[in-house]
Design a protein around this ligand. Structure first.
Ligand code: HPA
Length: 247
């Protein structure tokens, strides 16, 4: 794969010095930001900060359709999405990097499809496996290559935000079989599937979800994320350099 999209979430807002920027217009309005282009070992990578350049866009107000359409217009074959999440399962402790393989969507009121109007072409996408097996295998191979600990699999609950969850909501998500909770995987993953783009989510647990531990300060969350995002950057560098041929 030679052209890839990278969506950065909280903690991965900046990917360094770009070779150029693309301001993309879409029928759905503007994407979260201009897309920064990088050439990494023969791989063309387009980076988009999901929450905008000033981290000003809350999860429920992200223009997911414009973001995915911008990647489609730039001709990427796949998208790696980085998500800061709360940990529910024991193995999703703060700082842990997890590659989920399932999701449950609890979000609401978002423009969740390219087929919103009766006049739009209707698609019933297959979504039994919401994440690309190819990209997941590539990321796991990169993690092994870099000697990084990444947990393979798990179900992410997608909550509406921007508030964090109640303890009862987390107890329900756990009962439903969720290991992680975040606010942005949907409708992003489904729109990527509608656009026929491979998509995988690289999650970083920033904190224990509500009710599972004493609440921690934003400062503690930011420092946990900052450390793990160093590993995410390392993992992605190896993925772009070594493992894109498996995709
Ligand atoms: N819940 C939802 N999203 C999150 C959390 C959380 O606890 N932590 C980081 N993103």
């Amino acid at each position: 794969m030679s052209r890839l999209g990278l969506i950065g979430g909280t903690g991965l807002d900046d990917w360094g010095r770009a070779s150029c920027f693309h301001t993309v217009e879409t029928p759905y309005g503007p994407p979260s930001a201009r897309l920064a282009a990088y050439e990494i070992a023969g791989c063309q990578v387009f980076f988009l900060p999901r929450h905008g350049e000033q981290h000003q866009i809350p999860p429920h107000a992200v223009n997911y359709r414009a973001n995915i359409d911008a990647f489609r217009q730039l001709g990427v074959e796949g998208i790696i999405a980085v998500n800061a999440v709360g940990g529910i399962a024991k193995h999703c402790y703060p700082g842990r990097i997890v590659l989920p393989d399932q999701l449950i969507d609890y979000s609401w009121g978002r423009a969740h499809s390219f087929s919103m109007a009766a006049t739009d072409a209707l698609q019933h996408i297959e979504f039994g496996e919401p994440f690309s097996a190819h990209l997941r295998q590539g990321l796991l191979a990169a993690a092994r290559h870099a000697g990084l600990d990444v947990h393979d699999g798990g179900c992410i609950a997608v909550s509406q935000g921007p508030r964090l969850e109640t303890a009862a909501e987390i107890a329900r998500f756990r009962q439903d079989g969720c290991d992680l909770v975040g606010m942005t995987t949907m409708p992003e993953a489904a729109l990527a599937r509608e656009a026929e783009l491979d998509y995988a989510s690289l999650c970083v647990s920033a904190n224990w979800a509500a009710g599972l531990a004493e609440p921690v300060s934003m400062q503690a969350i930011e420092s946990t994320l900052a450390e793990s995002m160093l590993e995410v950057r390392e993992l992605l560098r190896v993925f772009f350099k070594v493992c894109t041929d498996v995709c």
